[in-house]
Design a protein around this ligand. Structure first.
Ligand SMILES: Nc1ncnc2c1ncn2[C@@H]1O[C@H](COP(=O)(O)OP(=O)(O)OP(=O)(O)O)[C@@H](O)[C@H]1O
Ligand SMILES: O=c1[nH]c(=O)c2[nH+]cn([C@@H]3O[C@H](COP(=O)(O)O)[C@@H](O)[C@H]3O)c2[nH]1
Ligand SMILES: NC(=O)CC[C@H](N)C(=O)O
Ligand SMILES: [Mg+2]
Length: 509
């Protein structure tokens, strides 16, 4: 088991960022709700208490048995975490005169203190708090201040317990990483040996032990997560992994063949299933976005279930669940709100009775890509834009039929190829085309036309939760529009979607 930092979540919007920063130091960490602390094992080297929207002055303020933690391990409280340490030890936390939100500069810093080592005077830090620590208990010492806040960082004398009012995990705290490194590496003495190579090695060994001679079935989507999960499981159990890749008739142009071939090249045992007709039939006459999604989900389960049954003695379902999926399922709101049923593969029904194996459920997306790189997976798979499970169906407004899918596939193909050729593919987070349910008048070769309209959509984003439209050059958009109208029969007009998310979403349905 690797050394680990335990992060206790009190509900801050930044908790995941703390985890990412710690992992960037090659130290493994896990986030757990403050009210669901796991058993302590020897590999836990320190604890970080996150921020929180709550106030320690609230009657039902979230709290932990602090003494139990600080007697045992080094502890770092961030914002609410720091306020909690002060408050529970008899210090005074009050509403601040001014709400401190945004940049501040350190005007005093005790660089002899282990946590503040190598921090510079005037270092910019990021504040986001409405309460302030007005007075510290006797045995606490102040180790950093700003011109407006005296107690910006403290240490409990004689103990490895620290608090900081600013947020080291956000990039606006320029030397935030130094503080985290000081805590994790110097104070907790973690050895920084958690790397993608080690992850691959230990995960494969663990999978071998867990799965033994058992068979696993896994749905491959062509996406990053399922591809990396499959490769790891394949390294562990070889031919006992059975992959299924379904052609739902809603994939991009040539995607079924291309993806299937690249998987075969990787030595995976993949069965391609042509289920186009089943999907088109289920979608016939459907125009309501939610009904389309439900219809697709249902056919997907039917197809997958039938295929899984054709493999003898299969006892496991492999899934590409990643850490954010898991964190979202386990909230700080208490045990009642904890478990969300996983909707991977459209939510597999209980009757499939398979045990679930999810080798990536501790990794963030970018870590999954690094692991994929270590495993030698091709960049064309690792660098892929996200593509929604229901595929082109949610980009065809109105009725879906083979003809309309074909039109959109051609349009999408021209758009994506042009992005690749111009170097823009890797600069945008996701791109695609939408076929609208309207016709417009045009003129081609002196003749009136009355044909379809497509919208192009390209966005920049970090995680898909918010997005901005990509500012593609006008010349590029012009070339793409010309090529689409000239080559794709049935389209005489191209528009570009310049909506941000929120209030729009990335997909149109
Ligand atoms: N065409 C398909 N054939 C087989 N399985 C599929 C297909 N599409 C999706 N799946 C399965 O459903 C899961 C969820 O798909 P979805 O695209 O929503 O997830 P994801 O998080 O984007 O993962 P991935 O990066 O693997 O696509 C995939 O991980 C895969 O196991
Ligand atoms: O696997 C998926 N199944 C879905 O049903 C689905 N709907 C949206 N998306 C993808 O999620 C991201 C955010 O999309 P929205 O802004 O449209 O909600 C974008 O990346 C979308 O492509 C889906 N992915
Ligand atoms: N970011 C935080 O942790 C804020 C803590 C507390 N809610 C405050 O406003 O001071
Ligand atoms: Mg996907």
């Amino acid at each position: 088991m690797s050394e680990m930092i335990l992060i206790l979540d009190f509900g801050s919007q930044y908790t995941q960022l703390i985890a990412r920063r710690v992992r960037e130091l090659n130290v493994y960490c896990e986030i757990h709700p403050y009210n669901h602390i796991p058993e302590f094992t020897d590999n836990v080297k320190g604890v970080i208490l996150s921020g929180s929207p709550c106030s320690v002055r609230d009657a039902d303020a979230p709290a932990v048995d602090l003494k139990e933690l600080t007697d045992r391990l080094p502890v770092l409280g961030v914002c609410y975490g720091a306020q909690l340490i002060a408050h529970l030890n008899g210090g005074e936390v009050l509403p601040s005169q001014i709400r401190e939100y945004g940049r501040a500069k350190l005007s005093k810093v005790d660089t002899h203190n282990e946590l503040m080592k190598e921090m510079s005077l005037n270092s910019q830090v990021w504040m986001s708090h409405a309460d302030t620590i007005a007075a510290l208990p006797q045995d606490f010492e102040v180790i950093a201040s700003t011109p407006t806040v005296d107690i910006v960082a403290f240490k409990v004398m004689g103990k490895e317990t620290y608090g900081i009012q600013f947020h080291p995990e956000v990039t606006h705290s320029i030397e935030g990483k130094t503080v985290l490194r000081n805590f994790v590496v110097h104070i907790c003495q973690c050895s920084q040996d958690w790397t993608p190579d080690i992850f691959v090695e230990t995960t494969i060994a663990a999978l071998k032990e867990k799965l033994g001679n058992d068979k696993v079935v896994l749905g491959l989507s062509g996406g990053v997560d399922s591809s990396v999960a499959a490769t790891l499981i394949h390294r562990a159990i070889g031919k006992n992994l059975h992959c299924i890749f379904v052609d739902n008739g809603l994939l991009r142009k040539n995607e079924f063949e291309d993806v299937l071939n690249s998987y075969k090249g990787m030595g995976l045992n993949v069965k391609g299933v042509d289920a186009r007709e089943q999907f088109y039939q289920a979608l016939a006459g459907q125009t309501d976005p939610e009904k389309k999604r439900k219809a697709i989900g249902k056919v997907f389960i039917d197809v997958f279930d039938a295929e899984a049954h054709s493999i003898e003695n299969v006892s496991w379902l492999g899934q590409g669940t990643i850490y954010p999926d898991v964190i979202e399922s386990v909230s700080v709101k208490g045990p009642s709100a904890t478990i969300k049923s996983h909707h991977n593969v459209g939510g597999l029904p209980d009757y499939m009775k398979l045990k679930v194996v999810e080798p990536l459920n501790t990794l963030f997306k970018d870590e999954v890509r690094l692991v994929g790189k270590t495993l030698g997976i091709d960049d064309t798979i690792l660098g892929r834009h996200p593509f929604p499970g229901p595929g082109l169906a949610i980009r065809i407004l109105g009725e879906i039929n083979e003809e309309r899918v074909k039109i959109l596939q051609e349009v999408d193909y021209i758009f994506i190829q042009s992005l690749k050729a111009s170097g823009w593919y890797d600069k945008v987070w996701q791109a695609g085309a939408i076929l609208l349910p309207v016709q417009s008048v045009g003129v081609m070769g002196d003749e009136r036309t009355y044909e379809g309209v497509v919208s192009l959509r390209a966005v920049s984003s970090v995680d898909g939760m918010t997005a901005d439209w990509s500012h593609l050059p006008y010349e590029l958009l012009g070339d793409i529009s010309n090529e689409i109208i000239n080559k794709v029969k049935g389209v005489n007009r191209v528009v570009y979607d310049i909506s941000t998310k929120p209030p729009a979403t990335i997909e149109w349905e």
